[in-house]
Design a protein around this ligand. Sequence first.
Ligand code: ZN
Length: 475
Amino acid sequence: MRSTVPAALLTVLALVACSSEPAAQPGTAAEDPYAAAVSDPQEDSVYPEVGDPGVDALHYDLDLAWDPEGRELTATEVLTFRATTTADSFRLDLGEPLEVLDATLDGEPVDVAREGKDLVVDAPVEADARHELELDYAGTPGPVPAPTARADISTTGWHVTPNGGTWTMQEPYGAYSWYAVNDHPSDKALYDIAIEVPSPSIGVSNGRLVSRTEEAGTTRTEWHLDQPAASYLVTVATGRLETTQDTSRSGTLITYWTSPDLRANRLWNLRSAPRALDWLEERLGPYPFSTLGFVVVDGASGMETQTMITLGDDAYSTSPAVVLHELAHHWYGDQVGPDDWSEVWMNEGMAMYLQLLWESQHGGRPLQAVMDEIAAGDTASRAYAGPPADYDPDRFGDGNIYYLPALMWHELRADLGDDAFWSMVRAWPAARDDVATDREDYWAWLEEETGTELTAFLEAWLLGGTTPPVDASEG
Ligand SMILES: [Zn+2]
């Protein structure tokens, strides 16, 4: 997620993150279309009430119909999943306003029970067996409270605009406000999402636009995401949206989905994306996905939703700096990311460091001046929201997970030198392609890759209550 505020690092210090999952099981991609989506789901240490490690979602097939006048969502969902344990029942997250009308498991009717946002499916499952859950559900979805003090993301999930359009942003959770999901970043899955809305509105989602048809006043779009994504990186937006396209130097086609009413200068700013992608590919390697788009919505933040970045219709969210930030997450966050929300610094620290470096090279203040300012505010930020990897659960996405690890990377860069630092930065996302991982794995990898003992350094920066020694300085 973008930071809350562009400048004023010292006083505001607020921004946010992204993620991914563990390695696909080896080998069987040819026979097994879902091999890449096999995960090792975890119970979250920060937000344990969301998600269920008993379910390893492999593929969500969502067929959504949105009625803008009645504000009703009618949906059919087919979830293919692997049970991780043998149990008499399993659970998913699904917002209370949505009523399940019909449920089958592997073709047989099953009973479901609601316990708050938990959807309990009363049917035995066997460890490592695959199952297909089909649900028909309907209702008037609404957003859910976000565990944050940020003004730009006070709620997450399904939002409806005054004219009946819709959009979603859902970090660290909130996907469950509009579909039944194991709403946790340790469980990446593949997606096919179809959306029907009254014309001339259109539905936009992640991945490749497979088809777009119009019949009897209804526009249907079908989207296919061919690399697994965490639920917080899924997006759906509906409304009157037009397309503009650019191509990066490396040949990636970029599609912007924007309202006809979008201010011209905001579209102009968005169209910095090809140059931002060029800049990032020079440092991080080839863009790791097969499609790329942006959708501008009525929200007030920005999210690195996988292959279809969701940006609020405001000056900062559509600025070149935020475009660069959300693109950087496609390596740090979307390709590789944490399997637990305590490690969201993995995403935001590097995306922020890349953003600040890019800004310093594109008319912004010198990087070192910004780093000095972050250092001056470091201890206050820790006191307010906690250390980056042990933050206050009610202050998700504050400046501590952005700026402090950005400064940590700056310090490490000074220690290692540019060659070793950028080689390490480039190697990590490819080393854990499509995987959600943990602190232990990342720290061990960093030490191995750099040939440097880093545990004390990382502990001080990520878990300490006070500012570690800052060595990097001007010149
Ligand atoms: Zn971010």
